[in-house]
Design a binder for this molecule. Structure first.
Ligand code: F6R
Length: 637
């Protein structure tokens, strides 16, 4: 769904459904959305310039506005957009925080915006993380006064935290709060933990503009991208105003727009269950989504649904279109049934008209792309095993080195083993010293990074050998965008795309598997997927690509919804155990994982629970009772 108009529609005219209380626009991608927001900001700056006026912008940090800033910088460079009349006030800063630290919002704003535009330094205001505790109270009052002196904020850009915070106004914040210091919520600190290399390094406090300050802005635009934000976005737009979700206060602001991508908007009632909202155009995709939902609501399997069930749940128009529940149930049951196959590479000599994959060629060349060195076995270890067993020419391609996810203690262990084997091994003392003396927020030096990369490479080879792939079919791309030594990566470059395109061109695959993890727009999985999509665009005119089908697994964190699944590969209990063993070869990612996120289960547990859960969902719909299922969705390029 693309809607490129973000102008605010007055209250009473924007409600697409009776559920929504904040104007919102959904874009297919965060990139398109960000460009649109940057255009709104640029027009405002130009309009003010034409009137010889200041333009007062309230700005946010975090992953959400990065592309907006990138686009503003592009407009400055290529279209002469000047920021000479712009005054900025940032929302927040960690406290205490040195402005030169790479974790400071001061650093962030200069890196992403201020260093690249013609704004006067005296027009930039970012709360200072170095004010003394005694001066802090007055400092915050003065920050609000300064905004007032400039006539208030003309435009406020916001992100939203999973707690529902705007700025750092965490749950409990008052509607009339001013700029102040605040204790960060645990969830907020967890979300920041990866970039601080652990939650213990994340500051506990921050200075934030208050809700009272933000709500005085003449225009507010809030950005939210990704699946992770879907539930808080729904709560904010559809829920009651509550201090427990401070962003809901924006329901009272007459000129606010939420800019969302599809993943962030997916829980809104009008999109998740549109049949409850108004008339629907029923295609097969929507019908299967609705039927899966209806089974859940009624606790019935597909073949037990009745006309009354459909009518009682807003789906009578589907019945009108399809005839009776009886016909519709059988059609949908068969559709889902046909997604199940034990032959992910196609079943040779079998009728493939209702199978997910082609029978021919019987032996396929296959590439499994794995963003990190372990996603292959975590997300599709069972399917991987079947493809090898069924005789296909399987290549595994690890896109990044995964080096930053190896802890210092793990690297030290290997360095000490090397030293014990050969005390004069070149540079080993140097490496041990570098690891032992490392200060927490400093990036690893190149030798240490190399060692960490080698550890992951060797673990991967142990796992691929266990599955039965010859070493020459295992490729390590070490894509350059990843090699910053820090959590923050470089943007995807043509070099990355070229490397991915080269491996596809050399294998000429009939099947490609890739991680379709769209949850985090700036995460490594998404960048790795973009690299593949770009490479496919580049190569699609070659004849061999006509025979290439692309299947997306969902990455390490989530699974496809049942109605999205186009191929489901069952695993027996023994295959589940084999997959577990393959995951165990990635020892550096076991136990105390560095980038665990907020799910504390180990990777193998997550993988098993997710595959069991898919099997359970299929069974509840009335399909066979498997131990586990791995799920894929086809990507058409
Ligand atoms: C940042 C800020 C925060 C973020 C929010 C979302 O200045 O005030 O409210 O906007 O935590 O962060 P991201 O965009 O990283 O998901």
């Amino acid at each position: 769904m693309i809607n490129t108009t973000i102008a605010h529609k007055p209250a009473g005219q924007f409600e697409d459904t009776r559920f929504e209380k904040i104007h919102n626009v959904v874009f297919s991608t965060s990139n398109e959305a960000s460009i649109c927001v940057a255009q709104e900001i640029a027009s405002l700056i130009r309009e003010k310039q034409a009137n010889n006026a200041h333009c007062v912008l309230g700005l946010a940090t975090g992953s959400s506005p990065i592309k907006v800033y990138e686009e503003l910088v592009r407009m400055h460079n290529e279209e002469g957009l000047s920021f000479s009349n712009v005054i900025t006030f940032n929302l927040d800063e960690y406290y205490p925080m040195d402005k030169n630290s790479m974790h400071s919002y001061f650093y962030f704003m200069h890196q992403h915006l201020f260093n690249h535009i013609d704004i006067s330094p005296e027009n930039i205001h970012i709360p200072s993380g170095t004010v003394s505790p005694e001066e802090l109270h007055q400092y915050c009052i003065d920050y609000d006064l300064k905004i007032k002196e400039y006539g208030g904020l003309d435009f406020q850009l916001l992100g939203i935290g999973r707690t529902g915070h705007i700025g750092f106004n965490e749950p409990g914040s008052h509607y009339n709060s001013g700029t102040r210091s605040i204790t960060l919520d645990h969830i907020t600190r967890e979300d920041a933990a990866p970039s601080f290399l652990g939650i213990n390094n994340v500051p506990k406090k921050a200075i934030t503009m208050g809700i009272g300050t933000v709500k005085k802005a003449k225009r507010i635009v809030l950005l939210a991208w990704g699946h992770n934000k879907a539930s808080v976005v729904k709560e904010t737009i559809e829920g009651e105003i509550t201090s427990e979700v401070p962003a809901t206060y924006l329901q009272n602001h007459a000129n606010t727009t939420f800019i969302l991508n599809e993943e962030a908007s997916q829980d809104l009632t009008r999109l998740s269950t549109p049949w409850l909202v108004g008339p629907c155009i029923w295609d097969t995709q929507l019908a299967s989504k609705a039927i899966v939902w209806l089974c859940k609501q009624t606790g019935k399997s597909i073949l037990k649904l009745t006309d009354k069930d459909y009518n009682d749940h807003g789906m009578s128009s589907l019945l009108v279109q399809e005839g009776s529940a009886y016909d519709l149930n059988i059609k949908m049951f068969n559709k889902i049934q046909h997604t199940i196959t034990g032959w992910p590479g196609g079943k040779p000599n079998a009728d493939d008209s209702s199978r997910p994959e082609r029978a021919n060629p019987a032996k396929k060349r296959i590439i499994i792309f794995s963003p990190h060195p372990d996603d292959d076995v975590i997300s599709m270890g069972g399917t991987f095993d079947r493809l090898v067993e069924q005789g296909h020419d399987v290549h595994v391609v690890y896109q990044t080195s995964g080096n930053i996810a190896v802890s210092d203690s793990e690297a030290l262990k290997y360095a000490e083993v090397i030293k014990d084997v050969n005390p004069t091994f070149p540079k080993v003392d140097d490496i041990i010293r570098k690891i032992a003396n490392k200060v927490s927020d400093i990036e690893d030096e190149i030798e240490v990074r190399n060692l960490k990369g080698i550890i992951r490479r060797r673990e991967s080879l142990a796992a691929t050998r266990f599955v039965g792939v010859p070493d020459e079919n295992v490729h390590f791309l070490n894509l350059p965008f990843y090699e910053t030594g820090r959590v923050k990566k470089n943007p995807l470059s043509i070099v990355d795309v070229e490397i991915v395109a080269n491996i596809i061109a050399s294998v000429k695959p009939h099947q490609i598997y890739a991680a379709g993890d769209l949850a985090d727009p700036h995460g490594t999985h998404k960048v790795c997927l973009d690299a593949i999509f770009e490479a496919l665009k580049k190569l699609k005119h070659n004849d061999y690509m006509d025979d290439c089908w692309v299947w997306l697994y969902r990455g390490a964190w989530h699974e496809w919804d049942v109605h999205q699944i186009e191929m489901a590969v069952p695993m027996s209990p023994d295959q589940v155990l084999k997959k577990r063993k393959a995951i165990f070869f990635h020892q550096s990612q076991k136990d105390d994982v560095m980038f665990q996120g907020n799910d504390t289960r180990e990777f193998w547990v997550r993988a098993e629970e997710r595959n069991n859960d898919t099997a359970r969902k299929y069974h509840k719909l009335g399909l066979a009772d498997y131990a586990a299922l791995e799920a894929f969705k086809r990507y058409h390029f």
